[in-house]
Write a new protein. Structure first.
Length: 362
């Protein structure tokens, strides 16, 4: 066997990998869902804590000073460190609410998302008691995805690009500025950065699952199939006591859920290699996180990691789902468009009403 024949499989694999990251942007629907979930979740969180902002992050948060090392973060993640004055906190907090809304609707995502990430990390790390493990997922994934095209679908950015494409005929990130070659190179660079960011975010999710599965497999309670029982007995993780009691009432159900959690996380990356096992893996982790959100009261943790899981769903699948939804809702939209307009008011004005003749003469 010649050297050329020996290295041909590796060469072909490298060429396919290069084509994958360079020919078009991948996971555009999944990254859009990450943007919507992260922005919407952060917006709900911020709005819910408006009444308590002074106590949690303002001058009234001095009670947390012994715990405050800002999570070990340095500049620029120190905007809220040490507690802000009332006016400063209100202005900064209001800015975060606006930015979270802009992230959700996808307005100038490439510029808004990095600024929002810095402020979000600064806010939560200034008081370590206001966050949970969802914060780690949020900042790690969003740090990678700052380099991705988060506004490519379901956003105001996508609508603006569609108008520009209709105007220019080709994508022009610089608009009327720059040459055709410069705009083409910018599009190509954006595609490479987007796909590499998707790969890094996907690898991080796989790392989270595998590490979690390995840690679980070492625990005695996970090995004997009873681990799920214990957190559901803690008051912090029993938002619905009757539901928690119902879930742990059957020991076989407890064992099944315990072992399922270990295996679905441990073998998640391997199950992504084939299409039918990929479907099982994604549906499996979705089911697991929905259970965590509902039964254990951790909605933000589940929302953020489930949004990241959407990166593993192909764009063709999302496109087919989108076409199906539009086809099913088209008759309703058509009926709404054809709804007859209300009759014009009579010349006598809105007070003129039709009454029986006998009453009209009274």
């Amino acid at each position: 066997m010649s050297v050329t024949q020996a290295i041909r499989p590796a060469t072909e694999l490298g060429e396919r990998a290069l084509d994958w990251v360079s020919d078009r942007r991948r996971a555009t629907y999944g990254s859009a869902l990450v943007r919507i979930a992260f922005g919407g979740g952060a917006l709900v969180f911020l709005l819910a804590h408006i009444p308590n902002r002074e106590y949690l992050w303002g001058e009234a948060a001095r009670w947390a000073a012994p715990l405050d090392d800002n999570g070990g973060f340095e500049a620029p993640f120190t905007v809220f460190a040490g507690g802000l004055g009332s006016t400063q906190l209100t202005l900064a907090y209001g800015l975060m609410v606006v930015l979270a809304a802009l992230v959700t609707i996808g307005w100038r995502s490439r510029w808004v998302v990095p600024v929002f990430l810095v402020l979000w990390v600064s806010l939560l790390e200034s008081n370590p008691l206001t966050g949970d493990q969802s914060d780690n997922i949020f900042r790690i994934l969003l740090l990678y995805l700052c380099f991705a095209d988060l506004g490519g679908r379901w956003s105001l950015d996508a609508r603006r690009r569609a108008r520009d494409l209709a105007r220019w005929g080709v994508a022009r990130p610089f608009g009327r500025f720059g040459s055709d070659v410069a705009n083409a190179r910018a599009v190509q660079l954006g595609t490479l950065l987007h796909n590499f960011a998707i790969v890094m975010a996907g690898a991080q999710i796989c790392l989270i699952y595998v590490a979690s599965g390995l840690y679980k497999a070492q625990g005695l309670r996970w090995q004997d199939g009873t681990a799920v029982y214990y957190p559901l007995q803690l008051s912090h993780y029993r938002p619905w006591p009757w539901l928690a009691d119902l879930l742990v009432a059957n020991p076989y159900m407890v064992a099944a859920v315990t072992y399922f959690s270990v295996f679905i996380q441990l073998f998640f990356p391997l199950m992504l290699l084939q299409r039918w096992t990929r479907v099982i893996a994604i549906l499996g982790v979705f089911a697991m996180h929905i259970g965590i959100a509902v039964a254990m009261g951790l909605p933000f943790f589940s929302l953020f990691i489930m949004a990241g899981d959407c990166l593993f769903v192909r764009d063709t699948t999302f496109a087919a789902m989108e076409r199906s939804v539009r086809r099913r809702t088209a008759p309703l939209a058509e009926r709404l468009r054809r709804r007859p307009a209300p009759p014009p008011e009579s010349a006598a004005g809105p007070e003129a009403i039709d009454v029986p003749g006998e009453l009209a003469h009274r």
